[in-house]
Design a protein around this ligand. Structure first.
Ligand SMILES: [Zn+2]
Length: 307
């Protein structure tokens, strides 16, 4: 079967992604973070254009169900800027939702994920290309276990990759034990995010040995204390032979973090993070991390559910 990345404009060959920001947000809004929403289409277009100007070719948006994805705006933005965009289904931590929303999903979460991956999100006709879920701080609560079980079910039905928000970069091994151990998701269909927020190189290596993808993101004001250790963490993994498992993203989550509104934003990933990493692990590996690895991580052999 042929592997494809499911973008908002349709399935594309992994080789066509180009330089990929593997974890970011064009739109995002949580009741937990009032006043910081990413909801301006004009700003999203400017950010994508600035990323394109630095050589960017694709952005994977990790915004899950119910958090202001604005999916109908994604296809025109992708078309206008020439940047591939991948949308997500999935569910974030419970604090980001009201009780009614969660109650309404109680018995049909996997069904929602599968439908958004296979049929489309809402009435937009735009299909999600990954499932995003979240762990907790060094722990997986009942909500996390519920969403991960649904994500695993959606993976088995469709082939989609599961991307995981690790709270402050923690809980990697518990997530892998659950998703890959108990729930039977192949490790190469799992992407762990935010590892730079907990720069324990031993845990990074243990997670890599599992066979999952490891995504580093930022820098961000909130995680300045650990962001500077990212090049060393990436080098340690590269030295260990895990260069083909690494991904990079800018993870812009607030309006003030956009390059057009302060920064660092999406273009910074290519303008400054890329050369800094090249200094640590060489230009050739950085090229592969930005181009080949995302295509493998998010490219899936899509199955039609129920067949
Ligand atoms: Zn994110």
């Amino acid at each position: 079967m042929v592997s494809a990345v499911r973008t908002v404009l349709g399935d594309v060959s992994p080789a066509d992604l180009g330089v990929c920001d593997a974890h970011d947000h064009l739109f995002f809004g949580s009741p937990r973070l009032p006043g910081q929403e990413l909801r301006s289409v004009v700003a999203a277009r400017a950010e994508l254009a600035a990323f394109r100007e630095q050589g960017g070719g694709a952005v994977v948006q990790w915004t899950p169900y119910g958090l202001g994805r604005r999916v109908a705006d994604l296809p025109p933005l992708s078309r206008e800027t020439g940047v591939h965009v991948v949308a997500a289904t999935g569910l974030h931590q419970s604090v980001h939702y009201d009780e009614d929303t969660l109650a309404g999903l109680r018995n049909r979460l996997a069904e929602v994920f599968v439908s958004e991956l296979a049929e489309g999100i809402g009435t937009s006709g735009v299909r999600a290309g990954l499932v995003k879920v979240a762990g907790g701080f060094h722990a997986l609560d009942a909500h996390a276990r519920w969403t991960m079980a649904a994500a695993a079910e959606a993976h088995h039905a469709t082939g989609a990759t599961i991307a995981v928000h690790l709270e402050l970069g923690t809980g990697a091994l518990d997530v892998l034990d659950l998703l890959c151990g108990r729930l039977g998701v192949p490790p190469h269909r799992v992407v762990l995010g935010h590892l730079n927020r907990s720069p324990d190189l031993v845990v990074h290596r243990q997670a890599a040995e599992y066979g999952c993808y490891l995504a580093f993101d930022g820098p961000s004001l909130a995680h300045h204390a650990t962001d500077w250790r990212m090049p060393d963490a990436v080098r340690a993994l590269a030295d260990g032979g895990f260069g083909d498992r690494l991904l990079l993203g800018a993870d812009t989550t607030t309006a003030a973090a956009r390059s057009v509104d302060g920064g660092p934003g999406m273009p910074y990933l290519l303008r400054r993070v890329r050369p800094r990493l090249a200094h640590a692990v060489g230009e050739e590996l950085v090229r592969r991390i930005l181009t080949e690895n995302p295509g493998r991580a998010f490219g899936a052999e899509w199955r039609r559910p129920g067949r």
